[in-house]
Write a protein that binds this ligand. Structure first.
Ligand code: HEM
Length: 460
């Protein structure tokens, strides 16, 4: 009996590590896609690590041409195999895409709910995202989006804006007093990450709750721990190559779930008087209840996963974008001047920021877009095909993992022209695509019906 069970297990493992990936690979190759030669069980991970090492030892000249520095392996493979090719993470083949026209054709007939997210990442990032919006698929994704979108109505965002202004003002006051007392060096990145985390903790679960702070700190640790343990994504038993980090992330993930569950239970049991609390959790709980009865739009487990997803999805992306903005403005004083004048004109000199006036900061919008283009906080977007996809006379088979290289497209001379690596916010004047000659060449918030939840809310 044991031998029989072992045989079945072995069969299953062989199917998922060898048979299925090779089947997808063969189909892709027979459709004309090529790519670097993989080896079992690491795929192309070794080549990727080697090239990273080589490049990090090279003398770095400061330049905005980040693709060849941050992703030297993709830059190298592009030269050999073009802008669409196959590479492997462990035993998982990925179709790499840095061609917006191919992307357009591939996504033309696929609705947001029909896209999958690679199973290999879902498993890997479970302690961070669970089955929240970023990972959920199909009808469940539609249900989650419907439950969450009202929480981002302009009225709710306005209420959250004052929490954001408070945290940002505290951070700036702290910087001012540090400078006054003779400290001339501030670690801007870690300061902004802390502030963005605080804002998300407040706007997601209400920082006033003592546990909210604990969740925030644990979530950050789990992220750092997972990053350390994630060097062998796609390799069979890859987690066990770094067992200490893997077990730590798993344990922390469980602790976070327990904490969030208790916050949710406390708040659901609290007698509600009048308006719901103006944080994401308060708004979702109010959505979940109709006249005192549970509507159960989202289960408690789903609420836990959404709180985690919003924390991760919301704080680091925003913090990175702001940090790069400050750096780019520091080296471009002419744009500091432009923005100061615009702020004085639209918001007023020394006035408290009124969220409804933010839309009037047009040049600020150009600067933010240019930062998102040059230093995209989400450098790539991943999908998994849940059906065969036809692109001209080629077929991407059901089950194929897809890797879209956003950084490559944002720095492509064919799309942006010779000045593609220069900071030029004015390229967004009168053109929301920044003069890119393909509408899918600028993708800071993703693509294909699953664009950023936050972005959708803002366009409501
Ligand atoms: C500069 C800021 C941000 C950038 C660049 C960014 C970028 C992205 C990208 C590229 C995706 C992936 C979309 C896809 O798979 O196609 C995404 C999804 C998502 N982001 Fe953001 N994001 C930002 C801010 C935020 C904030 C502030 C929040 C929450 C408060 C948030 C919540 C989410 C969620 C929930 C999703 C999943 C949406 C879905 O699949 O339905 N993001 N974001």
């Amino acid at each position: 009996m044991v031998a029989f069970l072992l045989l079945i297990l072995l069969g299953k493992l062989l199917f998922s590590w060898r048979f299925f990936p090779n089947l997808v690979y063969k189909k892709l190759k027979s459709n004309g896609f090529s790519g670097p030669q993989p080896n079992f069980p690491f795929g192309n991970l070794d080549d990727m690590k080697k090239q990273k090492k080589l490049d990090s030892s090279a003398n770095l000249v400061i330049s905005h041409d980040i693709h060849s520095t941050a992703f030297p392996f993709f830059a190298q493979w592009q030269k050999l195999h073009g802008k669409v090719f196959i590479y492997w993470l462990g035993t998982e083949p990925f179709l790499y895409i840095a061609d917006p026209e191919f992307l357009k054709k591939m996504s033309a007939d696929i609705k947001g709910k029909s896209w999958g997210k690679p199973n290999v990442f879902k498993l890997d990032r479970k302690p961070m995202f669970g089955n929240g919006l970023l990972m959920v698929e199909g009808e469940d994704w539609v249900r989650h989006r419907h439950a969450i979108t009202p929480a981002f109505s302009p009225a709710n965002l306005k209420a959250m804006a004052s929490l954001m202004v408070d945290s940002a003002t505290n951070m700036l006051d702290k910087w001012a007093s540090l400078i006054d007392s003779g400290h001339h060096e501030i670690n801007v990145e870690s300061e902004i990450i802390g502030t963005a985390g605080e804002i998300i903790a407040k706007t997601s679960f209400g920082i006033n709750y003592e546990n909210g702070r604990k969740v925030f700190e644990k979530l950050r640790t789990v992220q750092i721990t997972l990053f350390k343990s994630n060097r062998y994504v796609g390799v069979p038993f890859g987690k066990f190559l770094n067992p200490k980090q893997f077990l730590k992330a798993k344990k922390l993930g469980k602790e976070i779930d327990t904490l969030l569950r208790s916050i949710i239970t406390d708040r659901s049991n609290k007698p509600r008087s009048g308006k719901p609390e103006q944080d994401l959790l308060g708004l979702l709980l109010a959505e979940n209840t109709v006249e005192g009865r549970r509507k159960r739009t989202l289960t408690t487990k789903e609420l836990v996963d959404e709180c985690k997803t919003f924390f991760f999805g919301g704080h680091e992306t925003t913090a990175l974008a702001l940090t790069w903005t400050l750096l780019l403005l520091a080296i471009h004083p002419e744009w500091q001047k432009e923005l100061r004048e615009e702020i004085k004109e639209v918001i007023g000199d020394g006035e408290i920021v009124d969220a409804t006036k933010l839309g009037g900061l047009v040049k600020m919008g150009w600067v933010m877009n240019e930062v998102l283009r040059l230093y995209s906080p989400a450098p790539n977007v991943q999908r998994q095909a849940r059906q065969d996809i036809q692109v001209d006379n080629l077929v991407i088979p059901n089950g194929t993992n897809i890797w879209i290289d956003v950084v490559s497209m944002h720095h492509d001379e064919n799309l942006w022209g010779k000045d593609m690596n220069e900071f030029k916010p004015e390229r967004f004047k009168d053109d929301i695509f920044g003069g890119c000659n393909h509408k899918m060449g600028f993708l800071p918030f993703g693509f294909g019906g699953r664009i950023d939840a936050d972005d959708v809310a803002l366009t409501m």
